[in-house]
Write a protein that binds this ligand. Structure first.
Ligand code: ADP
Ligand code: MG
Length: 244
C-alpha cells in the first residue's frame, strides 16, 4: 500500500532555531502514528506543517495527494483542509452556538452542505463521540472532556481522510482524559488514519502502530509501540522513565 502521508527530509527553522532537522516518515492508510518527545522537540511544528499552518524550509510533505512544498497557495490550503482535520489542546468551540451548530458550521459554510444533510451528519458524528444527546446544549454546559469530544466531532463532520491530534488531553483533568482517549481509540479501530502528539505513553503503546520519538528536531527512534518498553537509546529510556 502506498502511504497516505509522506514526509521527506523536512526541515524548518524559526529564525536561528532549527526546529525540524530532516524529518522523514510515512503514514499508511488506516494506521496510527504517535509523535512523542520532550517539550520543544518539534512535535507540534511537524503537525502544523502537515496541515499547512506552517511552511517548511526544505523537503516535501505529501498528504492525501497534496504536495506541500516551501510555498502554500491559498487554493491548495483550501483543498488540503477538506482532507485533513486537526484537533488542538484548546477546543475553542463557539460559546454562543449550540453543540449541534458548532458541528454544522464548517459543513454548512465550507462544504456548502444543505442544512438537513449537515444536521444529519452532525448527529451521526456526535453519536460517534457519545454526545448525541448534547446536540442542543451550549459548550459551557459541558465538561472539558465533553467539549473536546465535540471538537473531535466538529472535525469529523468534514469527513477528513487524515486526522491530526495535538495533545488533545493535556488541558484536561486526569479523570476526563480517559473518555477522550477512548473516542480516539474507537476512531483508530474504525480505520481512521491518525497522527497524534501525546504524553499518554500507555495510550501510545496500545493504540499506535508506529511511535516516533523526536529529539532536538530529529527522529531519534522509531518503531512499534513495544519500543517504549525496550528503548534502544538512552534519550528515549530517560524520556519514558520520567513518564514525560
Ligand atoms: P513541541 O510541540 O515538541 O513541544 P514545538 O514544535 O511546539 O515543540 O516547538 C519547537 C520549538 O520551536 C520550540 O523551541 C518553540 O519555542 C519553537 N517555536 C514553535 N513555534 C514557533 C514560532 N511560531 N516562532 C518561533 N519559535 C517557535
Ligand atoms: Mg507541542
Amino acid at each position: 500500500m502506498s502511504p497516505i502521508v509522506k514526509l521527506t527530509n523536512v526541515s524548518k527553522s524559526f529564525g536561528a532555531l532549527q526546529v525540524l532537522d530532516g524529518i522523514s516518515f510515512d503514514v499508511q492508510p488506516g494506521s496510527v502514528v504517535a509523535l512523542i518527545g520532550r517539550s520543544g522537540s518539534g512535535k507540534s511544528t511537524a503537525l502544523r506543517c502537515m496541515n499547512g499552518l506552517e511552511t517548511i524550509d526544505s523537503g516535501e510533505i505529501d498528504i492525501c495527494s497534496h504536495r506541500l512544498g516551501t510555498r502554500l497557495e491559498k487554493r491548495l490550503l483550501r483543498e488540503l483542509h477538506l482532507d485533513v482535520g486537526m484537533v488542538f489542546q484548546s477546543y475553542n468551540l463557539f460559546p454562543h452556538l449550540t453543540v449541534g451548530q458548532n458541528v454544522m458550521l464548517a459543513p454548512r459554510w465550507v462544504k456548502r452542505s444543505a442544512k438537513g444533510e449537515a444536521r444529519d451528519r452532525a448527529m451521526e458524528v456526535l453519536s460517534r463521540v457519545g454526545l448525541a444527546e448534547k446536540f442542543h446544549s451550549y459548550p459551557e454546559q459541558l465538561s472539558g472532556g465533553q467539549q473536546q469530544r465535540v471538537a473531535i466531532a466538529r472535525s469529523l463532520a468534514m469527513q477528513p481522510k487524515v486526522m491530526l491530534f495535538d495533545e488533545v488531553t493535556s488541558a484536561l483533568d486526569p479523570e476526563l482524559t480517559g473518555e477522550v482517549l477512548r473516542v480516539m481509540e474507537n476512531l483508530a479501530r474504525e480505520g481512521m488514519t491518525m497522527v497524534l502528539v501525546t504524553h499518554e505513553m500507555s495510550f501510545a503503546r496500545r493504540v499506535a502502530d508506529t511511535v516516533i520519538f523526536m529529539h532536538k528536531g530529529r527522529i531519534h527512534e522509531q518503531g512499534p509501540g513495544a519500543m517504549l518498553e525496550a528503548p534502544s537509546t538512552p534519550e528515549l529510556a530517560q524520556f519514558v522513565g520520567n513518564g514525560l
